[in-house]
Ligand binder design. Structure first.
Ligand SMILES: Cc1cc2nc3c(=O)[nH]c(=O)nc-3n(C[C@H](O)[C@H](O)[C@H](O)COP(=O)(O)OP(=O)(O)OC[C@H]3O[C@@H](n4cnc5c(N)ncnc54)[C@H](O)[C@@H]3O)c2cc1C
Length: 376
């Protein structure tokens, strides 16, 4: 008999959402986290934006899980009193080419299902001035269903739910080895102590390190994707915020562009930029300030660069080669040919928004989901 029905590796927002959903379904669940706190990596190093589902290729996993996840997330944060604000967002254009991109985004958003109350509105310079007097743009799209959320409070709520349904969290517990089988065998260390555990089902939600546990098994290794890391730095704005809404430029190849995002305390930060990296280092290079200032001045000409101070950085895991449109990559029992095993790769933006939807899909793909502890 296995030690547990389900082991979730990684206590970022994805692992926590998966564990919460599993525990809710009555499944005996353990979460193993290498760090000494939950959400210490990418889940606490992002823009905290609840995305509407505008940008993604219709039919992609990002498109599907962003929209379903956003709807579920708004409902969840309301029910659980997690701080959030449906503040709306402007995507601004300052050239003819960028304006053409807005039209393309609007077309895409309709294909993705953003209609009626969620529909993007096309604004001229006059409309923009009324909404955000400090923003300069020739045109913009206004997204009424974009918002912000306190990501840490969200993760605390997910963990509390999972634990109240019986899930157990082990911090400082790194998984070093995964041997697929019936049951799966995991080995690792906790504060220097070696351990071995068995589980009927394993979900690997290790963010930037998603492919690492595939390398020790020949069958899994052959299916392991190459994960590229693209760092994004943020600068905080000192003093009063000039905006009431999120303000985004048109997206770039690797990210959504250096945008203005607000937090629940009303502070403004700008970012993230894009920098391909081979190692994890979260320091922000203060010399990037001038590049940030010139990107921001394209839509906020009055910025005084001295008000920008280095903030924090996050790293995006990309599961597709450079140049290809990045999507989430979920390898489950079908793709791996192994019962009860799921790897989540490339869970970059909009992963926070999509977390509750991804959690349901992952649970649905596990055989244990059909066998509830409480029901048996
Ligand atoms: C710059 C940036 C901006 C973003 N902005 C947004 C946004 O505005 N809106 C949005 O919806 N999404 C955004 N995202 C995406 C979002 O932050 C991520 O999709 C989400 O946080 C991913 O969560 P995760 O649980 O997969 O990964 P993580 O949060 O990285 O969690 C993985 C966990 O696994 C643990 N771990 C790793 N290896 C092991 C091991 N071997 N054993 C045990 N534990 C292990 C790690 O310690 C970590 O805690 C952004 C991302 C970035 C980088």
């Amino acid at each position: 008999m296995a030690d547990t029905d389900l082991l979730v590796i990684g206590a970022g927002v994805i692992g926590l959402a998966v564990a919460r959903e599993a525990a809710r379904r009555g499944i005996e669940t353990m979460i193993l986290e290498a760090g000494d706190t939950i959400g210490g990596e990418t889940s606490s190093r992002n823009s905290e934006v609840i995305h509407a589902g505008i940008y993604y290729t219709p039919g992609s996993l990002k498109a599907r899980h962003c929209i379903e996840g956003r709807n579920r997330l708004y409902q969840y944060v309301q029910e659980r009193n997690v701080p959030f604000r449906r503040c709306g967002k402007l995507i601004v254009a300052n050239s003819e080419k960028e304006d053409a991109t807005l039209h393309e985004l609007q077309r895409r958003s309709i294909e993705n299902g953003l209609t009626d109350a969620d529909a993007l509105q096309y604004f001229s310079a006059g409309d923009i001035n009324e909404l955000e007097p400090q923003v300069r743009a020739r045109s913009a799209l206004y997204s009424p269903s974009s918002g912000i959320v306190d990501s840490h409070a969200l993760m605390m709520a997910l963990l509390a739910d999972a634990q109240s349904d019986g899930a157990i969290l082990a911090l400082r517990t790194r998984v070093d080895q995964l041997e697929p089988g019936e049951p799966h065998v995991l080995q690792g260390s906790s504060s220097g102590e070696h351990w071995r555990l068995t589980a009927n089902n394993v979900v690997v939600a290790t963010g930037l390190h998603s492919a690492q546990l595939m390398t020790q098994d020949d069958r899994l290794n052959a299916l392991a994707p190459t994960i590229r890391w693209v760092k994004g730095s943020y600068f905080a704005l000192q003093g009063k915020s000039p905006f009431r809404h999120l303000v985004y430029p048109v997206p770039t190849k690797d990210g959504l562009g250096i945008h203005a995002t607000l937090d629940m305390a009303g502070s403004t930060r700008f970012g993230p930029d894009t920098e391909t990296v081979n190692s994890i280092a979260y320091s922000v290079d203060a010399r990037r300030r001038d590049t940030f200032a010139s990107s921001i001045r394209r839509y906020w000409p009055e910025l005084q660069a001295e008000r920008l101070v280095p903030g924090y950085a996050g790293i995006r895991p990309k599961a597709q080669p450079a140049g290809a449109e990045a999507d989430f990559l979920i390898q489950g029992p079908q793709e791996l040919g192994v019962q009860g095993l799921v790897f989540l790769h490339g869970i970059e933006s909009p992963g926070l928004t999509a977390s509750l939807s991804l959690a349901s899909a992952v649970n649905d793909s596990l055989p244990v989901a059909r066998r509830s502890r409480r029901a048996s």
